[in-house]
Design a protein around this ligand. Structure first.
Ligand SMILES: Cc1cc2nc3c(=O)[nH]c(=O)nc-3n(C[C@H](O)[C@H](O)[C@H](O)COP(=O)(O)OP(=O)(O)OC[C@H]3O[C@@H](n4cnc5c(N)ncnc54)[C@H](O)[C@@H]3O)c2cc1C
Length: 390
């Protein structure tokens, strides 16, 4: 079963929803973002408003208390918020990846138990995969779970986990059979609420993506009942994580589109008001070339992302499409942020202008949900597989 695409919105309903998001972004987010970002402070007040907007249940099925939005609508929401403040989307994006794992691969009892509280935002969390020695190569993780009677006892450390401090529940990738060959057959995914044996290590200091907490999570003889194993069958964790990759990549692609469009909007305004040599800089050819490239990149990124999301909503295989969207949109974010900063001249380097935040946030989109180096390798492999010779 797919966790998204169940609610069918007519264009009027979608427009109404996006309008509500726009009004919230302009009224509540834009006026406060610089202060939160520079102080690296968790936006607790905005999180309460996000709960009321239903964002923590955006893609969770309506049967479990969520909005059950299709991926296309969800992507448009992420684009709009990210055009002003991408970090805010991280608070519900990885939370929804936890929900997706439970909804798609959990037992009915697990869905009924966990999803309603995730949908309201009463329980918030994320996805805990990465370890100090294993990021891209997830099969190299060391965290392990040992079965003792009706429980599992888990030991190990995760790092770079979004919402690690503020969140209270995580999808935790572990090895249940460290000797398995190939390694992925010995991996399992657990629902891990914060309780005895689970502590938050250091909060990680970052270039950008401020205010959302990224942290180390330490598990020492952490004990959970066997009904916390997603699907209640060992050895499926790697598949369950990769089963969420398409939506995860559409997610990051939408963030990239938001930054690419936000950077373009800032440059477009600035280039019409800043004058040099007696005319607005948008009338100098060097700036016109930059704006043309930026506008084209942002539009192409949007179309690729919505194309992948539409394929996802139709229930089609879209790993290639989602990978291309993620790769292109994240590079577009980085390039547009850099070009916009340059168009702003010295003011692009000032902390009093918003472009510096987009410039610091953009590189993350090239790392998350599979680095772009890996993304290109995956795209190429899939491309060849879909296009056999002869
Ligand atoms: C702000 C932030 C938030 C994050 N949030 C989360 C989270 O919520 N949950 C979570 O689990 N993780 C999270 N991560 C971790 C992220 O998913 C990993 O950083 C990412 O998967 C890359 O892993 P790595 O950093 O270990 O890089 P490595 O795997 O060590 O890669 C280093 C470099 O080598 C390249 N490389 C690696 N293998 C190959 C190969 N086979 N061929 C070619 N190039 C290769 C990579 O592309 C990269 O350029 C977050 C990271 C950041 C920065």
């Amino acid at each position: 079963m797919s966790a998204v695409g169940k609610a069918q919105l007519d264009p009027g309903q979608e427009a109404q929803l996006l309008d509500a998001i726009d009004r919230w972004v302009e009224k509540e987010v834009r006026p406060r973002v610089r202060e939160y970002d520079h102080a690296d402070r968790y936006p607790a007040q905005l999180v309460e408003q996000m709960k009321r907007l239903g964002l923590f249940g955006a893609t969770i099925g309506q049967d479990y208390g969520g909005l059950g939005l299709p991926a296309t609508t969800y992507a448009r929401i992420v684009m709009r918020i990210s055009s002003v403040w991408m970090a805010l989307t991280g608070i519900f994006n990885s939370h929804l990846m936890l929900a997706l794992a439970i909804e798609k691969f959990g037992t009915e009892a697990q869905r009924r138990r966990w999803l309603p509280r995730l949908a309201t935002g009463e329980v918030r969390g994320g996805l805990a995969l990465t370890e100090p020695d294993a990021g891209t190569d997830l099969q190299g993780i060391r965290m392990h779970a040992r079965r003792t009677g009706g429980d599992y006892v888990i030991n190990g450390t995760k790092t770079w986990i979004s919402n690690g401090i503020e969140g209270s529940c995580f999808a935790l990738l572990v090895k249940t059979d460290p000797a398995a060959e190939p390694a992925h057959k010995g991996m399992s995914l657990f629902i891990a609420p914060k309780q005895a044996g689970f502590r938050t290590g250091r909060k990680l200091e970052k270039l950008g993506y401020k205010s959302i907490d990224s942290a180390e999570l330490v598990f020492e003889d952490y004990r959970v009942p066997a009904d916390h194993l997603i699907g209640e069958v060992e050895g499926r964790g790697f598949q369950q994580v990769t089963g969420g990759l398409e939506l995860g990549r559409i997610n990051v692609a939408a963030r990239g589109v938001g930054i690419a469009e936000g950077a373009l909007a800032l440059a477009t305004d600035y280039a019409q008001t800043r004058k040099t040599f007696g005319k607005p800089i948008c009338e100098h050819q060097a700036i016109q070339l930059k704006l043309a490239d930026m506008a084209t990149r942002a539009r192409a990124a949007r179309l690729l992302t919505l194309d992948a999301a539409a394929a996802f909503d139709r229930g089609e295989r879209c790993d290639l499409e989602a990978g291309m969207a993620k790769y292109f949109a994240s590079e577009a974010a980085l390039e547009n942020a850099t070009e916009s900063l340059r168009i702003h001249g010295a003011y692009g380097y000032s902390k009093e202008y918003d472009i510096e935040r987009l410039y610091r946030d953009a590189p993350l989109t090239c790392i998350g949900e599979g680095t772009n180096e890996m993304q290109r390798i995956i795209i190429s492999r899939q491309w060849v597989r879909r296009n056999p010779a002869g």
